[in-house]
Design a protein around this ligand. Structure first.
Ligand code: SF4
Length: 274
């Protein structure tokens, strides 16, 4: 068993526990406090299927960034029907999108890392923040109180690129102190994901059939060429080892905090000048 201070502290797990053992331990220990966060890629679909086969039915969170390919919307609906997901779809705040587009431009992410991180922050990371930690008092008769999130499950794998080589199956969430991030497929290879998908006839996002190996927002995702890394089709104008958004890596480019504060002040109508 693991002890406090080791990577898997927080769950009672035998050394080398596999994906199903991690999931079983998490649901046994934290119950409704465990949620699955997915963007409908192959790894997320393995987890959707695996969890359903194990007999669990957790809340499933996904983010509609406003820039998803239409294929993702159609696929999401198909998966929800097939697995009867308890799905919660969350979107960025309109006033923050207005500030982002008005302040930086609709497709400013192509200009470089700062604008790309600002877009990911407003369209993805801040949305996930609100999903994982809804504002206190948000529950009402229409939206009854639900168990607070303790741990969220993600399909991250170490083989997805240099930025993910240190991913632990169970680890404290760097962005959300006090929460756990579970990556049960961390040590899996792409071939293992494909083998599971085939063996269990797991639904597959249609863009994989068109050469995509990692799928996100439409303007930031393209098919990969033979020999390229799976993440080469994401933000291809950036360096490979830097390809992460704030969901999984708190590191940001210089000037990020100042630029974000400026956009958020635009969104709230507050002036930065006193
Ligand atoms: S992936 Fe591209 S469009 Fe989507 S949030 Fe990030 S920068 Fe914006």
């Amino acid at each position: 068993m693991t002890a406090v201070g080791e990577p898997n502290a927080g769950l009672a797990l035998p050394a080398g526990a596999g994906a199903e053992a991690i999931l079983a331990a998490a649901f046994a220990q934290w119950g409704e406090g465990v949620v699955l966060v997915t963007s409908w890629q192959a790894e997320g679909m393995v987890l959707v299927d695996m969890i359903a086969r194990m007999g669990f039915r957790p809340r499933v969170f996904t983010i509609d960034t406003g820039r998803l390919p239409e294929e993702t919307h159609a696929f999401m609906a198909e998966v929800q029907r097939r697995y009867r997901l308890r799905l919660q779809v969350a979107a960025p705040r309109p006033e923050e999108i207005a500030a982002l587009v008005g302040g930086r431009g609709a497709n400013a992410f192509y200009q470089g890392s700062l604008d790309r991180h600002l877009c990911c922050e407003i369209r993805k990371s801040r949305v996930l923040d609100r999903l994982l930690r809804p504002a206190a008092g948000a529950a009402s008769a229409a939206t009854p109180a639900v168990a607070p999130v303790v741990a969220w499950i993600t399909g991250l794998r170490r083989g997805q690129g240099p930025a993910r080589q240190q991913v632990q199956p169970v680890a404290p969430d760097a962005r959300h102190p006090g929460l756990w991030r579970l990556a049960p497929l961390a040590p899996w290879s792409e071939a293992q994901v494909e083998e599971y998908t085939r063996r269990h006839a797991v639904p597959r996002h249609p863009l994989y059939a068109r050469g995509f190996r990692s799928i996100g927002c439409a303007p930031c995702t393209r098919p990969t060429a033979p020999g390229e890394s799976p993440r080469a089709g994401r933000w291809w104008w950036e360096r490979e080892e830097k390809k992460e958004c704030g969901l999984h890596d708190p590191a940001r480019p210089p000037q990020f905090d100042v630029a974000l504060a400026g956009l958020l002040s635009l969104a709230t109508g507050e002036s930065l000048v006193s």
